[in-house]
Design a protein around this ligand. Structure first.
Ligand SMILES: [Zn+2]
Length: 286
């Protein structure tokens, strides 16, 4: 475990640079091919630019403490190819070099500001240390690492899993509905007051995720930090995570934490999932 933790902290400068370039290349390629969405390039340039100047790992403590507890309800439905709801765990089965597509459905609600917020939850490499006493994990003075975005989080895990973890993430806005994980912003309230709903379609025999669809409800009522929180949570389901048994974890079914970031517990579960260990429940050891 300690080796793993060390490796998580070893995303080096070169990788960051490669990421920036690769992301930009893919975005530009897509846009040239389709001749549309020039706004996306601008979004990407802005993000890459700001990452370059601000630095990937700088994170103001003010940003951390400003979060109010969220109290947002979420729902996960796993369905098989017949459309039946099932309770089996599943993971993506992709090749290591495959691009993994996380797309946002183009709509009036997918404004540039919301695209930027969502892009951040996908591509950010920022990580922070939070005192364990704040999340009832341990005594004051001990800390745990949390990630702002799934790119940084997933790439902190060793490349030794049985099935490759999707690490080569690619973001763009689509009007065609394609993508491995599709995020749809909806302004309707959900009848049960749910903010984020993920449906994954799986092949239960091979425990393979085939597609994930995320719907964010009542999106105009959400602040940007709330949108980020709920998308960050739902993306966890998109990669195969179930809910967490720890109420203060990002992956708790009802998000109440003031620190809604990707935890080491979530990453341990991802690692287990892609090693076919047969559980998707996020359990925190501390
Ligand atoms: Zn959930």
């Amino acid at each position: 475990m300690s080796d793993n933790k060390d490796s998580r902290q070893n995303v080096n400068e070169k990788q960051k640079e490669l990421l920036q370039n690769a992301t930009l290349r893919h975005l530009i390629k897509h846009n040239l091919k389709k001749g549309q969405n020039t706004k996306l390039i601008i979004v990407c340039l802005a993000i890459v630019g700001s990452l370059g100047t601000v630095g990937f790992f700088t994170f103001s403590n003010n940003d951390v403490v400003q979060n109010e507890p969220e109290h947002m309800k979420t729902m996960l439905r796993v369905q098989n190819l017949r459309g039946d709801t099932v309770s089996t765990w599943a993971a993506w089965k992709i090749l290591e070099e495959d691009l993994f597509h996380v797309h946002v459905v183009d709509s009036a609600y997918a404004t540039k500001e919301r695209q930027d917020a969502i892009l951040d939850t996908i591509m950010s490499l920022e990580k922070i240390e939070i005192d364990d006493s704040l999340l009832h994990k341990g005594p004051k003075g001990t800390t745990s690492t949390y990630y702002m975005g799934w790119y940084g989080a997933l790439n902190s895990i060793n490349n030794t899993t049985l099935h490759p973890i999707p690490k080569n993430l690619h973001f763009h806005v689509t009007d065609k509905g394609e993508g491995d994980i599709l995020i749809e912003l909806n302004n309707m309230p959900h009848p049960e007051g749910i903010s984020g709903y993920t449906t994954t379609v799986i092949d239960e025999n091979s425990h393979q995720i085939l597609k994930a669809h995320i719907t964010i409800y009542n999106v105009e009522k959400l602040s940007m930090p709330q949108l980020k929180t709920i998308v960050r949570h739902e993306l966890g389901h998109g990669f195969g995570l179930g809910h967490s048994t720890a109420p203060e974890d990002l992956m708790a079914p009802q998000i109440t934490t003031a620190y809604p970031y990707i935890s080491e517990c979530a990453l341990d579960t991802i690692e287990a999932l892609y090693n076919d260990l047969g559980t998707d429940e996020v359990m925190c050891k501390k």
